[in-house]
Design a binder for this molecule. Structure first.
Ligand code: 4GX
Length: 254
């Protein structure tokens, strides 16, 4: 039932604090997820435990050797031959909430973290099931990318966000940017909060939140609106908001 993450890395210490704080720490304590780090260096066979070497054909930097990676992945898979092996790389499939949801249905993920110029291509061809990128920028290694993936995937596991809430909560809001949130005090240095939130009128509050989510999404991420989960009623609301935005931008609004 619990989901297992095996992280193959040359820097296992990087994972201790970030994954053991707060929500993920609680999820581990509750046995909802299990996170193991496996030091690739432990799977070298030479006396000096060398895990990298210079690239064939010359060029800059170092490449991670295939044998230690092969032995580490085989060791992780020996417990569960159907474990899904992921390599974090800018060349992979773009990571997003849908991919996180899909990965959360796998009982056992193996995450290979590359350093330097990456891993020997044969390690990818022989042992990796899926290559994933967390974004179009270059990190110093796959470790932070693996942590991002674990964090986003874990939110989909029932119980991780608490007994009632889950990452799947609301299909309307899930496809949009979040509405603004406020908490006490109701006046901070002269700045109040939207009055409706103090009204106790729950249907008015719901409508305001929908409007704000739609407004924010159309202003900041119009690309998300195209894919959003909108009812005919929501679409009408959106049209209204787009009209209002147009008015504001032409200068005669507030
Ligand atoms: N999303 N990195 C991988 C090593 C590497 C270098 C060259 C293949 C080719 C990253 C990302 C990321 C840094 C992880 C370079 N691998 N991973 N590493 N963006 O930047 O996932």
């Amino acid at each position: 039932m619990r989901m297992k993450f095996d992280i193959l890395t040359l820097f296992p210490n990087m994972f201790s604090s970030p994954l053991q704080e707060s929500i993920l720490g609680k999820a581990i304590e509750k046995g909802l997820i299990q996170i193991r780090t496996i030091n690739i260096r432990d799977f070298t066979l030479d006396k000096h435990q060398v895990a990298d070497d210079s690239p064939y054909g010359g060029g800059q930097g170092m490449v991670m050797k295939v044998e230690p990676i092969a032995r580490a992945i085989e060791s992780a898979k020996s417990q569960n031959p159907s474990a899904w092996a992921v390599y974090l790389t800018p060349q992979g499939k773009p990571f997003n909430q849908d991919l996180a949801r899909r990965l959360s249905t796998r009982p056992h993920l193996i995450l290979l973290c590359g350093r330097y110029e990456g891993v020997d291509e044969r390690a990818r061809e022989l042992f990796i099931d899926e290559e994933i990128s967390i974004g179009d920028y270059v990190l110093t290694g796959g470790e932070l990318a693996a942590m991002v993936l674990i964090d986003a995937v874990s939110r989909f596991i029932p119980g991780v966000l608490g007994s009632v809430r889950s990452a799947e909560d609301d299909s309307f809001f899930n496809s949009l940017l979040e509405y603004p949130q406020y908490t006490r005090p109701s006046d901070f240095r002269g700045r109040g909060i939207p009055e409706v939130l103090l009204s106790g009128n729950h249907s008015a509050i719901s409508l305001w939140r929908k409007r704000e989510a739609l407004r924010r999404t159309s202003l900041r991420r119009p690309d998300l609106l195209a894919k959003a989960n909108l009812s005919d009623e929501d679409k009408k609301l959106l049209e209204e908001i787009l009209q209002q935005i147009k008015k504001e931008q032409s200068g005669d609004g507030v």
